[in-house]
Design a protein around this ligand. Sequence first.
Ligand SMILES: CC(C)(COP(=O)(O)OP(=O)(O)OC[C@H]1O[C@@H](n2cnc3c(N)ncnc32)[C@H](O)[C@@H]1OP(=O)(O)O)[C@@H](O)C(=O)NCCC(=O)NCCS
Length: 158
Amino acid sequence: MSTETGPRGPSVTPSGAISSNPLPAGGPRVPLPTDKELVLKVVPMPADCNANGDIFGGWVMAQVDVAGSIVPARYTQGRMATVAVNEFIFKQPVRVGDILSFFAGVTRIGRTSITVSVEVYAERYTTQGQYVKVTEATLTYVAIDAEGRPRPIPQTAG
Ligand SMILES: CC(C)(COP(=O)(O)OP(=O)(O)OC[C@H]1O[C@@H](n2cnc3c(N)ncnc32)[C@H](O)[C@@H]1OP(=O)(O)O)[C@@H](O)C(=O)NCCC(=O)NCCS
């Protein structure tokens, strides 16, 4: 069935997609991770788009950096810095109005650093409850002191 633009903007298809913002045809629907914690939910806005009208990858990376830092902050109990984006995969485009859910879990705790796996899932605004995995990433954070030097992660942390 085709869609039309109504007097108040884009119309909604029977599948729930917004006509100006269709679902990716092949985007697989997946269950949410059970081994990670939901640390952040955010909805990207038109100001976050690239020239193609999709959400700018750098915006997604910034959100992943924030989301990834939340669990390590429990361990570092103080100032820390991102030392590495070990891996970053954009699996599906993110679109304006998607509800993004960021799941994170610690994969390694070193002497001064913590490595985290982050997975991002999108719900299209009008088809909530159906998730598409859009991004996965691995980042490493380092506990730092007041001078910005690495410091040991407190033993009592976590
Ligand atoms: C983070 C920072 C203090 C680390 O200083 P450093 O002298 O490189 O520290 P070290 O070599 O002793 O490494 C510290 C920890 O980071 C880890 N690390 C360093 N480089 C890494 C990399 N490329 N990937 C994964 N882990 C890394 C080390 O393994 C070590 O972890 P461990 O103690 O648990 O084994 C320093 O690199 C820094 O200030 N970087 C800028 C941080 C920043 O501005 N981030 C925001 C960028 S947008």
